[in-house]
Design a binder for this molecule. Structure first.
Ligand SMILES: [Zn+2]
Ligand SMILES: [Zn+2]
Length: 171
């Protein structure tokens, strides 16, 4: 952040108020956040710690350069997106402007799996769901679309979730 800022515009990112932190995000790799307004405040670049642990610095370095390009873009025009101005900053920062990390190519395994006891359909969650849920397909099929506790999903930690073939829920 200091080096690229100095080299590309003669001022570190820290000098214009940017700070860095790790976050716990499991559905996105990095983030450049700021409160917009006449004077932009709370400028933070954050990088996902779980993704860094899973993929290592070789991938996250490009993410970091991507976010630094956003920060430089914000300092230049008070906003940012993935348009031409950002792409120019990305190239100068050494980030790959074609990689937006919006596809499914880089992801973390879900930590929780919920299984329908009747149809064995599975849903994945990155965080423990707050409220119990029932299988939507079964409720639609057998209960006129109303919540029915017979189809209440059973929650497992991912590693402990049974495969369908185990037949643990055979009716
Ligand atoms: Zn971006
Ligand atoms: Zn079901």
């Amino acid at each position: 952040m200091a080096d690229l800022g100095l080299r590309l515009r003669g001022q570190t990112l820290q000098a214009t108020g940017w700070r860095f932190k790790f976050d716990r995000a499991r559905t996105r790799l990095g983030c450049c956040s700021y409160s917009p307004g006449r004077r932009i405040t709370s400028k933070v670049i954050s990088i996902s710690k779980p993704f860094t642990e899973a993929y290592g610095w070789s991938l996250m370095e490009d993410v970091m350069r991507h976010e630094i390009a956003h920060a430089l873009d914000v300092d230049e025009r008070m906003t940012t997106d993935h348009s031409e101005t950002w792409r120019r900053w990305a190239v100068r920062c050494g980030a790959d402007p074609a990689r937006l990390y919006e596809d499914e190519s880089v992801r973390l395994p879900a930590r929780f799996v919920a299984v329908c006891p009747v149809c064995h359909d599975r849903a994945e969650f990155h965080r423990r769901p707050r409220r119990p849920a029932a299988c939507a397909a079964c409720c639609r099929r057998h209960s006129g679309g109303r919540y029915d506790k017979r189809f209440r999903l059973v929650l497992f930690e991912s590693e402990a979730a049974p495969g369908k073939q185990l037949g643990l829920f055979a009716p």
